[in-house]
Write a protein that binds this ligand. Structure first.
Ligand code: TXA
Ligand code: MG
Length: 323
């Protein structure tokens, strides 16, 4: 089994695997990442192969110290610096112009690179030990639910990764917020673990980027993404229980009484959005494994972390028609 708990020895081994151009899955505060040496194009190509990820979808580059900035970014201006100083390490990814050192495969040919310093002791130790920035998407097959435990990674990609470092469940549970700083107006490419409300005081007014599925600006924002294999639908006002189907429920705070759901998962009994985010992907993984025909999803309040949760839920429901 290539799943190991994190020890000084397994961290050294993981760093060696990265330096040798191979793949390691590791925990971050948001979700587990599937990492390769970001400066080695061949190593990064292995990420795309393992995930079955289209080459037009660029990777986030993780760093452990700011000295990498000038090597990776052709322009890390005052505004970027302010944000990095305040929110790194943390769940914020900044898209900035890249240098020639960043292989094109990492940025899918775009002139910009996405950078972040993760706030997880194991991720930081791995980055320091590997002595290179690490390109890492979420460690899941393309389009599927993100992994927030090492077991999620092992189940979905176990045979395609050289080593999975187990650091327990990810404390935040949704991916980083992605902010594009390549133009005058900052643009939110993906809502995530750092709420917009916290960014605006430092970044100024942020434009919300509306993805249209053809454009490669933020390709992870395809309408169906982060999706379980089981069809999913929002629990809306005209909901009727499908008598002929084995249905599951993802509830925010309280289950719905008196309906024969075959399985119910609750995001946060206390109604706390941070707890809901931390539980989101684990609840969806369990529902997806329960042999259901449909998963009904209750919307959560759309403020703070609720925006990131609703973004993931909309993509889990996707554009699929469910009867
Ligand atoms: O929390 C996270 O961000 C996690 C952990 C592992 O750090 N990573 C993650 O990576 O969510 P991934 O690959 O699942 O999502 C990365 C997304 C891409 O789909 C794309 O939308 C955006 O980041 N992205 C990456 N590089 C970009 C670039 N150069 N320009 C615009 N968007 C970019
Ligand atoms: Mg992902």
């Amino acid at each position: 089994m290539n799943l190991v708990s994190a020890t000084p020895a397994s961290l050294q081994l993981a760093a060696e695997i990265i330096r040798n151009g191979n793949l390691v899955a590791f925990p971050t505060e948001t979700v587990y990442g599937l990492g390769a040496d970001a400066l080695n194009a061949t190593a990064c190509a292995k990420i795309f192969a393992a995930k079955n990820r289209p080459y037009f979808d660029p990777l986030i580059v993780h760093l452990a110290d700011l000295s990498w900035l000038e090597k990776l970014s052709a322009q890390f201006d005052e505004r970027a610096r302010r944000l990095a100083e305040k929110f790194w390490p943390g769940p914020l990814t900044l898209v900035v112009p890249k240098t020639g050192l960043v292989p094109d495969i990492v940025t899918a040919g775009l002139p910009n690179v996405a950078l972040r310093m993760p706030n997880h002791p194991l991720a930081l130790e791995l980055l320091r030990a590997a002595q290179t920035p690490i390109a890492a998407p979420s460690a899941n097959p393309f389009g599927y639910l993100s992994p927030t435990t090492a077991e999620h990674v092992a189940e979905q990609l176990g045979n395609k990764i050289d080593l999975i470092l187990d650091g327990g469940p990810c404390p935040i549970g949704v991916e980083s917020t992605i902010l594009d700083l390549t133009e005058e107006k900052p643009r939110l490419l993906r809502p995530g673990g750092l709420p917009l409300e916290m960014l605006e005081p430092l970044a100024g007014r942020i434009e919300i980027y509306q993805s249209d599925s053809e454009r490669p600006l933020a390709p992870g924002q395809l309408p169906s993404h982060y999706a379980p294999r089981t069809p999913a639908a929002f629990l809306n006002a005209d909901f009727k229980f499908p008598a002929d189907q084995k249905a599951g429920l993802l509830a925010f705070q309280t289950p719905i009484e008196n309906l024969p759901f075959a399985k119910i998962e609750i995001l946060s009994p206390a109604g706390d959005l941070a707890e809901a985010a931390a539980n989101l992907f684990s609840c969806l993984h369990r529902l997806d494994r329960a042999g259901l025909q449909i998963i009904f999803v209750e919307p959560v309040p759309e403020a703070g972390l609720g925006s990131a949760i609703m973004d993931r839920l909309r993509k889990a429901v996707g554009t699929r028609q469910v009867e």
